[in-house]
Design a protein around this ligand. Structure first.
Ligand code: NAI
Length: 253
């Protein structure tokens, strides 16, 4: 770990109370950033505060729902006039519901959290990044961004959509110093199982066909945080619009 990698930088991390967001907040704070984390889950926020305190790592945590424009505005305001890094990590799954079974509420919530949330956060930080001459946005997408065998239809559609968001930001704002990249994890050991429990068993069984070949053991969240941190850093200064599969090879199955 490079303890000065992000020294002097301000980073916003969403979904910071669990899993990959928690690991990203921890890692980036240890690497020198002022980290402002948010999450919608109050219980998880309390547990995360305890984790950060145990490790003597300073992370500013606040309750915010990435689907709420008011919450997004409030979150970005806490950074005052400087955001160097945005890590869009918050996300939920869709109970492996295939199209014939998906209900509107699941579709709307999954699209709101996984696609509209990163859009709102990214839109909010763009003016601050432009004013300072650049910045880095890293969005946690998924193996489900490039194939259909990792989830139900809503999650797959949301994570495919996120790639369009990531590339559009890279294309339009790259010349002004803003880099936008995506990390695409395979299975990771986190709390996301709450929205992953299959409601339609055959759909999950089909997904497991490819998962079992190449991604039998879920990765540790910090392995994904490592990729997020690198893409956010100046070491990745020539990487823009990239989609980095970080899936133990599952994508090759
Ligand atoms: P997690 O469930 O452990 O953590 C996600 C956090 O996001 C939770 O603390 C949750 O409360 C928070 N969150 C959910 N909705 C929110 C909202 N509207 N506003 C603010 N915070 C919200 O899940 P995990 O696995 O760490 O997920 C992080 C990202 O990684 C997600 O985007 C997920 O789609 C992606 N991912 C996860 C994989 C896995 O196997 N765990 C595989 C591929 C991608």
């Amino acid at each position: 770990m490079d303890k000065s990698r992000h020294t002097g930088k301000v980073a916003i991390v969403t979904g910071a109370a669990n899993g990959i967001g928690l690991a990203t907040a921890l890692r980036m704070a240890k690497e020198g950033a002022r980290v402002i984390g948010c999450d919608v889950n109050e219980h998880a926020l309390a547990a995360a505060r305890a984790t950060f305190a145990e490790q003597a790592v300073e992370v500013e945590l606040t309750k915010a729902d990435v689907t709420s424009q008011d919450d997004v505005d409030r979150l970005v305001a806490t950074a005052a006039d400087r955001v160097d890094v945005l890590a869009n990590v918050a996300g939920i799954m869709d109970f492996f519901l295939p199209l014939g079974d998906v209900d509107d509420a699941t579709w709307d919530r999954v699209l709101a959290v996984n696609l509209t949330g990163p859009m709102r956060l990214s839109r909010a930080v763009i003016p601050l990044m432009l004013a300072r001459g650049g910045g880095a946005i890293v969005t946690v997408a998924s193996k489900a961004s490039v194939s259909a065998g990792a989830s139900g239809v809503a999650y797959t559609a949301s994570k495919h959509g996120v790639i369009g968001l990531v590339k559009s930001i890279a294309y339009f704002y790259g010349p002004q110093g803003i880099r936008s990249n995506a990390v695409l994890p395979g299975a990771v050991a986190t709390a996301i199982g709450a929205t992953a429990a299959p409601r339609v068993p055959w759909a999950m069984e089909r997904a497991q066909l490819s998962m079992a070949t190449m991604n039998p053991t879920p990765a540790d969240p910090d392995t994904i945080a490592t990729a997020v941190s690198w893409l956010a850093s100046d070491e990745a200064s020539n990487v823009n619009g990239a989609t980095l599969l970080d899936d133990g090879g599952w994508g090759s199955a």
